[in-house]
Ligand binder design. Structure first.
Ligand SMILES: Cc1cc2nc3c(=O)[nH]c(=O)nc-3n(C[C@H](O)[C@H](O)[C@H](O)COP(=O)(O)O)c2cc1C
Length: 139
């Protein structure tokens, strides 16, 4: 109980471009992410499309920093770019060591993403994407 209240939550949203994308690779990433995150007190969600990983990670600041450093070095994706990093009052995905969702039709399109739409979107719109995912049933 105590830890839940004494520990500030850092929220990180980043995006990247899958490199050599397929189901086996995605399953490997998710297995690793879930095992590590459960151990590190991290939760979050990964939105997946052939052109895009869009991930929200939330948890203690040090664990976020260490995990994001590893993620940036990972050669299963390219062009890793942080979009939001902030302190938040509560987790969006408290019950998910890493939820995974295919990109829905309402997300920015592949051409829009290629044209930098995510970098122009702003923190509120990016958080809204994940709030919408959190509110929807899993596929
Ligand atoms: C799109 C993507 C998302 C990832 N998400 C996470 C994550 O949430 N947590 C995590 O620990 N590793 C994640 N990884 C894997 C890390 O990049 C790295 O391979 C892993 O943390 C190394 O773990 P290990 O030292 O236990 O092998 C992700 C990798 C990719 C490509």
């Amino acid at each position: 109980m105590g830890a839940r209240h004494s520990m500030a939550i850092t929220q990180l949203i980043y995006y990247s471009q899958p490199f050599g994308f397929d189901d086996a690779m995605l399953n490997g990433i998710l297995l690793q992410a879930r095992r590590n995150n459960a151990h590190d007190g991290l939760t979050g969600a990964l939105i997946v499309r052939r052109d895009l990983y869009l991930q929200l990670l939330e948890g203690p600041e040090q664990a976020i920093a260490a995990t994001f450093a590893a993620i940036k070095r990972d050669n299963r994706h390219l062009a890793v770019k942080a979009l939001v990093q902030d302190s938040v009052a509560a987790r969006l995905f408290p019950d998910w060591s890493m939820r995974d969702d295919p990109a829905q039709s309402w997300l920015w399109t592949e051409p829009e993403v290629g044209d930098g739409a995510l970098e122009r979107a702003g923190a509120a719109a990016l958080r809204e994407v994940f709030a919408r995912v959190a509110a929807s049933p899993t596929a």
